[in-house]
Design a binder for this molecule. Structure first.
Ligand SMILES: NC(=O)c1ccc[n+]([C@@H]2O[C@H](COP(=O)([O-])OP(=O)(O)OC[C@H]3O[C@@H](n4cnc5c(N)ncnc54)[C@H](OP(=O)(O)O)[C@@H]3O)[C@@H](O)[C@H]2O)c1
Length: 305
């Protein structure tokens, strides 16, 4: 029997960062196929801000009766393992919780998660970087699967939000797959985007074969696609209208431990970027969310239990 308690950041009546509360709850035991991770670091993603803002509740996408748990990304150490789990206690892991309609999240002292959803950290990867990678990089890699390899004709790809977590990884990985990539970002992001090995624009003209919309510009990004081209978005449930023969795909990421393990290796070898803006104690989580909400952040804001 475990009598420890664990702090969990939640919202009851979401109306922005100031509505975040920290609850003390009993530490949960992992079931079959699950591990309990003692969280070392947990990144704050744009979707977490959306949850605290209440927009997803109003859309009916979050329906928790009591409170909604915050946080998807985490890194930490396996503290307990259920039946049928190969991971041993003490293993350093990272992962993310799928979806956002849940009563507990990773902005907490502990998280219980399927062992298949986590990756073992490669040597040399620090917890803060490991906690900033899972959701963004997995989304990028799964988006690349939707995109596929570049065709012989029509390989001009614009990636919006190329200075962001998802967009930078998409840009780097798509270039490897033969796409002729241009990253759209703010003027001040030019050096970073070019450093990914792709072209840069802050003011694109229309006419791209494909637009991957990692900045969630939505309809505005569709206008940049040529007639009969492709749009790949990141906002499920908010798909832009199809027009001018443009095909529309939207990616919904899901946890995949083996995929994440391969991506973390790429972070260590420096070929897929992960940036950190700031790290704050879990007790200062309201400030961490406010920092992200203010905008202009480059890299993840990380909370440390
Ligand atoms: N579907 C899924 O499963 C899934 C999973 C993960 C993420 N997402 C979504 O994917 C999006 C990107 O996530 P992320 O983690 O990469 O966010 P991020 O790190 O905040 O990156 C977004 C980037 O887009 C830039 N941007 C926004 N509007 C722009 C514009 N008009 N021109 C140029 N740059 C612009 C932002 O710059 P500024 O800061 O200067 O605005 C920022 O650099 C979010 O909407 C997130 O909710 C979806």
């Amino acid at each position: 029997m475990n009598h420890q308690t664990s702090r969990h950041a939640v919202v009851h009546a979401p109306h922005g960062p100031e509505s975040i509360e920290i609850l003390d709850v009993p530490v949960a035991e992992p079931g079959p196929g699950q591990v309990r991770v003692k969280v070392a670091a947990a990144a704050v993603n744009p979707v977490d801000l959306d949850v605290t803002g209440g927009g997803l509740h109003r859309l009916g996408l979050v329906t928790q009766p009591e409170h909604t748990g915050l946080g998807a990304d985490f890194s930490g150490v396996v503290e307990a393992a259920g039946d049928d789990v190969d991971l041993v206690v003490g293993t350093r892991v990272a992962g993310f919780l799928g979806g956002f309609d849940r009563d507990h999240g990773s902005h907490a002292d502990h998280v219980v998660v399927a062992a298949a959803d986590v990756a073992v950290l490669p040597d040399g990867l620090c917890p803060n970087v490991a906690a900033s990678a899972p959701l963004a990089l997995t989304t990028a890699a799964q988006l690349l699967e939707v995109l596929g390899a570049a065709p012989a004709e029509g390989r001009r790809l614009l990636v919006t939000g190329a200075a962001g977590g998802v967009g930078a990884a998409v840009a780097a990985l798509a270039a490897e797959r033969g796409w002729e990539v241009t990253g759209l970002a703010r003027a001040g992001d030019e050096a970073f985007v070019r450093g990914l090995g792709v072209d840069f624009t802050a003011a694109p003209r229309a006419g791209w074969d494909v637009v991957v919309d990692a900045a969630a510009m939505q309809d505005e990004a569709v206008t940049l696609v040529r007639d009969g081209g492709r749009f790949v978005g990141v906002k499920p449930g908010l798909e832009p209208r199809e027009e001018r023969g443009i095909s529309v795909d939207v990616v919904v990421s899901h946890p995949d431990g083996p995929l994440l393990a391969r991506l973390l290796d790429r972070v260590v070898d420096g070929t897929v970027p992960v940036r950190i803006h700031a790290a704050l104690p879990l007790a200062e989580i309201v400030g961490a969310y406010r920092l992200l909400a203010k905008g202009g952040v480059r890299g993840r804001v990380v909370v440390l239990p």
